[in-house]
Design a protein around this ligand. Structure first.
Ligand code: NAP
Length: 507
């Protein structure tokens, strides 16, 4: 049952008076529960508890941490329809998505459990001593990875489960040995509280120290800023807007003791459609991309917001077909009134720029939070001259750039900011032109896709979900997949240490 309170370790607390409610975006009405914003004393208490818990939790064996992560997965499953009903109520997303995202969340938890049950993930290296080396003896050096300390995770609005309370950031941080304090997302605080209750139950059942996990509610930036500035917080995970991620990154790096803030932010995910695809596969490409642009009402960080083509009559026909197919897909509900507002105002920024043609847009009276899917087009020259067209329009929106030739297309890619993904759609006849396109994209993105769609992010060892700024604040790391654990650890070396005193992975 939802209480609207904060989990400060295993205690439910609500000593403040500021409250907010979540919204049912389909009906455009507020949901009944009042969620109590944590007070600054409660924020402090959660971090102090996490710091205390860290001293114990960092030494809990990998096997026990795996037990904890698997228990979280079990407790989330045990919430059954109470959780999926709350998810749908607060997000407007359909039941299939709720179940799919829960499956992904559980899969991530179990994958990290499997990873840390053994110690290989610590990237151990051993350099044995050479006592008789000349001119100086060589010491015995053994390197492992150790957890950083309490981590703050900002739940993402667009993945109430898989990138939120028990999502990839939390799963990877807990797996590494770091306690986690979640800043719940104000748009899905009920979903967050239910998942938090599952984590607390799992922690109690598996004997984890109190404070290994807290869930804190707030809106209006106060709670989030206080968490990032707290001296005992040692790292931050974030998914959301560029403005939010950048503000938190600045806060984290301007502290007396700067800390890493791993922010995954905006991306418009360029898709290069090569000429022979437009010639041979125009209709099927338009169908596939109408689906990718509108899936999840376009509210994915990997949504294809920018299609890059070479101008011509065939291209015009392709864009028209894409617009017809995209707008033929019924308008769907967005996550929250603020997201809908952001969609409308950012779409307006792009479509009001000189040279931008709206090729297709769902018109007419739509329900309050439903999105008018939009496809527009612009010439390569106009795009190159105007960075406002690079604005992320979070939702079912795509801008097609028609470059006059391959050289201009490459210049367009060179002028882009960092992105999570880049996609190339090509036929065999296009292959000669691909190395230059691939090189240009590689400088800008974290993952490159051939003849596919960028939406749909596999959770596995080889996934990179990150990219040059502003796709993420540190392109050396991934936020999805098992590699995500590397964000929460630091290398640590033992020199000439007695074997019996070494951690087991270094013996
Ligand atoms: P957001 O505004 O970035 O907020 C996400 C979280 O960060 C919230 O918990 C918010 O706290 C906190 N936050 C933001 N700015 C902060 C600041 N200056 N100081 C302290 N805390 C701060 O993102 P959103 O609410 O999820 O969505 C807004 C827009 O972000 C969307 O319309 C979309 O354009 C974009 N977005 C992009 C992606 C992507 O993957 N590319 C994903 C989600 C959203 P409070 O609630 O306390 O303000």
């Amino acid at each position: 049952m939802i209480t609207g309170k904060n989990y400060i370790g295993n205690q439910l607390k609500a000593s403040g008076t500021t409250t907010h409610k979540t919204v049912n975006p389909k009906l455009n009405v507020q949901n009944p529960t009042d969620f109590y914003q944590a007070t600054l004393e409660e924020v402090n208490e959660a971090v102090e508890l996490a710091d205390k818990a860290f001293k114990v939790y960092r030494k809990v064996s990998g096997e026990k941490r795996a037990e904890f992560l698997n228990a979280i997965a079990d407790e989330i499953l045990a919430l059954d329809t109470e959780l999926t009903d709350m998810y749908m109520l607060e997000s407007g997303l359909p039941e299939g998505r709720a179940q799919g995202e829960r499956g992904r969340t559980i899969g991530q938890l179990r994958a990290f459990a499997d990873l840390v049950a053994e110690d290989q993930w610590r990237n151990v290296t051993i350099d044995q001593a050479i006592p008789d080396r000349q001119p100086l003896p060589k010491s015995d050096l053994r390197k492992t990875s150790i957890p950083l300390g309490p981590v703050v995770v900002f739940a993402a609005s667009n993945f109430p489960l898989a990138f939120s309370t028990a999502g990839g950031d939390t799963a990877s941080a807990l797996a590494s040995g770091c306690p986690v304090i979640v800043k719940s997302h104000a748009m899905h605080s009920g979903t967050g509280e239910l998942v938090a209750s599952a984590i607390i139950k799992a922690a109690e059942k598996t004997g984890m120290p109190n404070g290994v996990f807290s869930n804190i509610t707030g809106s209006g930036r106060v709670v989030g800023s206080a968490l990032v500035k707290h001296p005992k917080v040692k790292a931050v995970g974030f998914t959301g807007s560029i403005a939010g991620g950048r503000a938190l990154y600045n806060l984290g790096t301007q502290r007396d003791e700067p800390i890493p803030v791993f922010a995954e932010m905006g991306s418009i995910n360029p898709v290069v459609v090569m000429p022979n695809v437009i010639k041979n596969k125009s209709a099927e490409t338009a169908t596939t991309y109408a689906g990718s642009i509108t899936v999840g009402t376009g509210q994915f960080c990997t949504n294809p917001g920018l299609l890059l083509t070479i101008a011509g009559e065939d291209t015009d026909a392709f864009v028209k077909d894409l617009a017809e197919k995209t707008t033929a897909i019924a308008s769907q509900c967005m996550l929250h009134p603020n997201i809908k507002e952001g969609f409308v105002s950012n779409a307006e920024i792009v479509t009001s720029q000189p040279g931008v043609e709206v090729v297709g847009k769902i018109e007419g009276d739509l329900q309050a939070n439903f999105a008018p899917s939009t496809i527009c087009a612009v010439s390569g020259a106009e795009f190159l001259a105007n960075p406002k067209m690079h604005t992320e329009v979070f939702g079912p929106f795509s801008l097609v750039v028609k470059a006059k030739d391959q050289e201009e297309l490459l210049a367009v890619i060179d002028g882009l900011e960092g992105q999570l993904t880049g996609t190339v759609l090509a036929e065999k006849e296009d292959f000669d032109a691909l190395p230059a396109v691939t090189d240009a994209l590689q400088a800008k993105v974290g993952r490159i896709i051939f003849n596919g769609v960028p939406t749909g992010v596999e959770v596995c060892e080889s996934m990179t979900h990150g990219g040059p700024y502003p796709a993420s604040s540190d392109s050396r790391f991934t936020a999805v997949g098992l590699g995500a654990i590397k964000r929460w650890v630091r290398p640590f070396s033992f020199q000439d240490w007695p074997t019996e005193l070494l951690p087991s992975e270094l013996k």
